[in-house]
Design a protein around this ligand. Structure first.
Ligand code: AMP
Length: 481
């Protein structure tokens, strides 16, 4: 099912009089992780209220709409969502609020459960009724199962049923529980506000936004509880039982430059990747230009290491979202045109090195190269700060099928030909891993290496649970670009 592939942003805060507004600002700073829907659930200690909607945070919680005021409570979690679905289904917006024998619970999820379809089939066979098509809902059904409710640690027990990538926030009326899968595939961090309240977020940029201090990451296999007594933790999977598999693509593309991802600053890592790229793939050129914003940090690194001058050959319109995040190819193409304009004076008559973080299908990269040539670039040398993407991701990154991935079936020269570039160079996998501070085997590199750390038994694709798709588009609003 399309909704299974989710690259989302999470934020939660306990005990702050401004919890809901801080969640709103936290979600804003995580907007790059998802623009399809947004939501906030809050608790006054006994009751949970939840509001979700389609589109960006500012659209969902329109200024003056009074929604934040109505949600006002000292405990809140929030979610921004990016599904790969062509359909924008309001039923899948999160946090996902439910009521079961133990009361209310709201769940927010970042990741991709590879066994969700299997579990759902099992539960449906026993008569369970699902109201969404996202893989998060199965977690609530697992929580509600009477034999699970009776366990000493029902949540820990339930998490052991899940396979795949998950960073999760649970809002119960009296507490927030934050959990991360045993491989630590997706990030999740803990912070503390100036007034001493604990918060959790996908990335530390959300803490900067609300002037909270980063404390540490939620560990793989750990559950962290935020309640009136402060912060407590427990492990549902023995710490160190498995070697972590942090998604290296967070560093390459997804996380924001001012964030710490898996303990290190994203911008600094990207600059190192650019420098390594310059070492591995030098070019005779007059100017280095990034594809903004995804290639900017790496281009700075490339220019610094190569000694070639850095300049902005493209300017980006900030009134357009991340085009790749748009659900259809047509929207993505239109978005690219809207988004990037060439500065003729920078590239005309020049040999240009263009640096970007990655190539997926290659369609937008080809468009960018063409527009440089139209503006008079003499040569275009494409440099990519990650290795060729040859395999789909089953752990939450929106990559298309293997067949659609440009590099899955082409040699470097065929890629160059397709892109109409004078030369193409990708940083090697070894080179990429040498720019990260943890040991090489602590990262998931499946999209480049094909080595999947969690075996995917059945092929999980966009449409795995499409039969569950329900017609609930009545409230869907037009998509923002
Ligand atoms: P394309 O040439 O069509 O493959 O698009 C490449 C662009 O897509 C690059 O600028 C990347 O920054 C961006 N990109 C790569 N992976 C993703 C992803 N999973 N989600 C959104 N954008 C991506």
């Amino acid at each position: 099912m399309s909704e299974k592939k989710e690259y989302c942003g999470l934020f939660g805060i306990f005990g702050d009089p401004e919890a809901v507004h801080k969640t709103y600002f936290g979600l804003h700073s995580l907007q790059h992780r998802g623009q399809e829907s947004a939501g906030i659930a809050s608790s006054d200690g006994t009751h949970i209220n939840c509001y979700t909607g389609m589109g960006r945070v500012s659209r969902v919680f329109r200024a003056g709409g009074g929604i934040l005021e109505r949600l006002k409570s000292p405990v809140a979690i929030g979610h921004v969502r990016y599904s790969t679905s062509g359909s924008s289904n309001p039923a899948n917006a999160q946090p996902f609020l439910s009521e079961y024998s133990r009361g209310q619970v709201a769940v927010a999820h970042n990741g991709n459960l590879i066994n969700a379809a299997l579990l759902r089939d099992e539960y449906e066979a026993c008569g369970h009724i699902f109201k969404s098509t996202n893989d998060t809902e199965i977690i609530v059904h697992l929580l509600a199962k009477p034999t699970h409710v009776a366990k000493p640690d029902p949540l820990g027990h339930v998490l052991n049923h899940l396979q795949g990538a998950y960073s999760l926030l649970f809002l119960f009326s009296d507490r927030i529980e934050a959990a991360r899968d045993p491989f630590g595939i997706r990030p999740l961090c803990i912070g503390k506000t100036a007034n001493g309240c604990y918060c959790v977020a996908s990335e530390t940029c959300a803490f900067d936004m609300i002037q909270a201090e980063y404390i540490r990451d939620v560990e793989p296999g750990e559950i962290v509880t935020l309640n009136k007594d402060g912060l407590h933790n427990r492990f549902f999977a023995a710490p160190g039982e498995v070697v972590p598999a942090h998604c290296a693509f967070e560093h390459v593309y997804f996380a924001k430059q001012n964030s710490l991802a898996f303990g290190e600053n994203v911008h600094e890592v990207r600059k190192k990747l650019g420098a390594r790229l310059a070492e591995e793939h030098p070019a005779e050129a007059d100017v280095v230009t990034p594809v903004p914003d995804s290639g900017t940090s790496a281009a700075i690194g490339y220019a610094g290491a190569s000694g070639i001058g850095f300049d902005m050959g493209f300017v980006r319109s900030h009134y357009v979202g991340r085009t790749f995040i748009s659900p259809t190819q047509d929207m993505r193409d239109l978005g690219v045109k809207l988004k990037l304009a060439v500065v003729r004076e920078v590239v005309q008559g020049k040999r240009v090195v263009v640096v970007d973080d990655s190539i997926v299908r290659g369609t937008t990269t080809k468009g960018k190269i063409r527009s440089l040539r139209r503006a008079g670039a003499k040569e275009v040398h494409m440099r990519i700060s990650c290795p060729p993407i040859t395999n789909p991701c089953f752990y939450g990154v929106d990559f298309p099928t293997k067949e659609e991935l440009l590099a899955s079936s082409r040699s470097l020269d065929q890629i160059r030909e397709y892109l109409e570039a004078d030369s193409v160079g990708y940083v090697s996998l070894e080179g990429l891993l040498s720019c990260l501070s943890l040991p090489a085997d602590h990262y998931c590199t499946a999209c480049w290496s094909g080595k999947y750390r969690i075996p995917v038994a059945t092929v999980v694709n966009k449409f795995s649970m499409e039969r569950h798709q329900m017609q609930m588009f009545d409230n869907a609003e037009p998509y923002d670009v």
